[in-house]
Design a protein around this ligand. Structure first.
Ligand SMILES: *[C@@H]1O[C@H](CO)[C@@H](O)[C@H](O)[C@H]1NC(C)=O
Ligand SMILES: *[C@@H]1O[C@H](CO)[C@@H](O)[C@H](O)[C@H]1NC(C)=O
Ligand SMILES: *[C@@H]1O[C@H](CO)[C@@H](O)[C@H](O)[C@H]1NC(C)=O
Ligand SMILES: *[C@@H]1O[C@H](CO)[C@@H](O)[C@H](O)[C@H]1NC(C)=O
Ligand SMILES: *[C@@H]1O[C@H](CO)[C@@H](O)[C@H](O)[C@H]1NC(C)=O
Ligand SMILES: *[C@@H]1O[C@H](CO)[C@@H](O)[C@H](O)[C@H]1NC(C)=O
Ligand SMILES: *[C@@H]1O[C@H](CO)[C@@H](O)[C@H](O)[C@H]1NC(C)=O
Length: 506
């Protein structure tokens, strides 16, 4: 064995020690593994948070961000279930059939069972694992639900959205020209239906659950706490005291939306207070991200172009930070590229384990902590979707290649502030250009570093860059799996389960 390989092996065995053990060798008992707190907001846009927009009232998140590392190039999927599957499985959704859209209530499928997901990996490393909030990765059979997939406890709901107070969800399906509408309750304590939470605003139910878990456990055992809020997804509902904080915002929906951001911020404050008073905080790593860009008409992604559902920056680049007393460079802003698949290997590494080798994420911890080290990644696939015509995007260094018809919508330069959801603006033009001619799909090229608003299409002036990135994208096609969306099944109807959306029909 060469000296080089030996030193690589020695180095990797050092790296596999939990981070806090390296920082403080006097404390190498069971508490050495850090607590991992993963907070996911739903539908929160780039300009919907205080560190990007001072009109937004989010002091708790703002403080965590300011005293941690604000991640200005943190990328997620264009929509919900794909991001959640990337987070849990560290795989690009197009490689496991989870691209294109969310898992709808009547759809008999879930996140593929043939991959070991993050909580399962952390359980192997001795962690207690809990989820409080939204799952949205399948529920048609028990095997798809959180407590069968590595979580010790689950307190929350299966679907993508619901009434914040009643926890009732109505959805419809169409088969053979017959529309079936289903209405049911959707809140669980582990596998049991939890009717006790009916009437309580879910953001605060989630905060109470997390607080109870944290306050009643021993910080000597490492904790993985996954906190996926429904906030600030529609419907627009929030206690009046929060929307009243934005009384000068004239657009009603926007006023409610901003109130919801502030309510979520209070919930985060409650969770951090619990971490501190229970003795967890000093040894914890808190990651915050949105699940996708802000939706058109309520959120605000200014100055990024586009919104939820598109591979424009506004759909895929989200507000995010990492906060921890274990960081060596707190109070900084990082422009390093982070992809949502990266949290899985980063957490497994922090826990002292080795992430699986066949995942798409990379461990970010060392590179985010030390700017002298090379960035953990300079490439990722935003998405590949061939469900209809091909729509795809990849990033390599400064450049982003967009392929197919991405849609025209843009930022509205007139409404950068908190008061308005930006109207979608048709900028026209570039979508119809074909850089390479012939039978190739439409391509656009942007320098995201210099042009984050994606205004200036460089495809005509940089044909060789387009060609290189198109070749690189085509290499990814071999991993493409057709979207896993079997036809809706009326068996899901809650009327078959006592008025509750329930597993047991696929
Ligand atoms: C895992 O499931 C996906 C579909 O969800 C399938 O495409 C893939 O081939 C499966 N992988 C293995 C190793 O079975
Ligand atoms: C969930 O159920 C367990 C017992 O099964 C109980 O101890 C716990 O308090 C319940 N949690 C909530 C949030 O209701
Ligand atoms: C956490 O760290 C702070 C600052 O070092 C210290 O004042 C505090 O006592 C520590 N708390 C616990 C519970 O260890
Ligand atoms: C950061 O990385 C550089 C290059 O490897 C190294 O020399 C330095 O000691 C590191 N700094 C810290 C604080 O780990
Ligand atoms: C509302 O008032 C606050 C406080 O005066 C101000 O900072 C904010 O910009 C105003 N928002 C709008 C949309 O006018
Ligand atoms: C955004 O919402 C507005 C108002 O509902 C609508 O007119 C517009 O077409 C939407 N834009 C896009 C790109 O969906
Ligand atoms: C992208 O734009 C930035 C800022 O203008 C510039 O520094 C960088 O060199 C550009 N990248 C490339 C590859 O041209």
């Amino acid at each position: 064995m060469s000296v080089t390989w030996l030193s690589v092996l020695l180095l990797s065995s050092v790296l596999e020690e939990p981070v806090s053990a390296q920082l403080d060798s006097s404390d190498k008992q069971e508490s050495a593994q850090p607590h991992l707190i993963l907070i996911v907001a739903d539908d929160l846009g780039w300009n919907d948070i205080s560190w990007h927009n001072s009109d937004v009232i989010s002091p708790n998140l703002g403080q965590l961000a300011r005293e941690g590392i604000i991640l200005e190039n943190s990328y997620v999927q264009p929509i919900c279930s794909p991001t959640r599957s990337a987070l849990m499985a560290s795989r690009y959704p197009f490689t496991i059939g989870r691209q294109n859209n969310v898992i709808k209530p009547f759809c008999p499928t879930g996140l593929t069972l043939n991959t070991t997901i993050l909580p399962q990996e952390l359980k192997k490393l001795g962690y207690d694992t809990h989820i409080a909030g939204k799952w949205h990765l399948g529920y048609c059979k028990w095997e798809y639900t959180p407590t069968y997939r590595g979580f010790d406890t689950f307190h929350g709901f299966y679907h993508g959205a619901q009434d914040y107070y009643t926890h009732i969800r109505t959805d419809s399906m169409e088969a053979d020209h017959v529309t079936t509408e289903g209405t049911g309750y959707d809140y669980r304590n582990n596998t049991e239906v939890d009717f006790a939470s009916a009437g309580d605003y879910s953001t605060f139910v989630i905060a109470d659950t997390v607080e109870n878990i944290i306050m009643s456990r021993d910080p000597a055992t490492p904790l993985f706490m996954y906190v996926p809020f429904q906030s600030v997804h529609n419907p627009m509902e929030v206690p009046e005291e929060y929307s009243n904080m934005y009384s000068n915002v004239t657009n009603h929906k926007r006023r409610m939306f901003l109130g919801m951001v502030t309510a979520m911020d209070d919930a985060v404050g409650q969770i951090v207070t619990a971490l501190k008073s229970s003795g967890h905080y000093n040894n914890s790593v808190i990651v915050f991200t949105t699940d996708n860009g802000g939706p058109n008409n309520t959120a605000n992604n200014w100055p990024l172009r586009g919104h939820k559902g598109s591979v424009w920056e506004g759909g895929t680049r989200g507000p995010a930070f990492i906060h921890s007393p274990l960081l060596s460079n707190p109070g900084t802003v990082s422009h390093r590229m982070v992809h949502v698949t990266d949290w899985y290997p980063t957490f497994v590494r922090l826990a002292g384990g080795s992430p699986p080798s066949d995942i798409d994420g990379v461990n970010q911890w060392e590179a985010l902590n030390n700017n002298s080290l090379p960035p953990a990644r300079d490439y990722f696939v935003y998405d590949i979707d061939r469900t209809d015509a091909l729509v795809a995007a990849i990033r390599s260094g400064d450049y982003k290649l967009l392929v197919g018809d991405i849609g025209h919508d843009s930022y509205d330069p007139q409404s950068p502030g908190a008061g308005h959801p930006p109207a979608a603006v048709n900028t026209g033009g570039s979508c119809k250009q074909t850089a390479a001619g012939g039978d190739l799909p439409t391509m656009q090229l942007y320098n995201i570093t210099g042009d984050p608003s994606e205004r200036e299409d460089l495809s005509a002036s940089q044909p060789s860059v387009v060609k290189d990135l198109w070749l690189r994208l085509q290499q990814e096609f071999s991993r493409y799996v057709t979207k896993d969306t079997p036809p809706d099944d009326a068996a899901a109807d809650p009327k078959n389960f006592g008025g509750v959306w329930s597993p047991g029909w696929c």
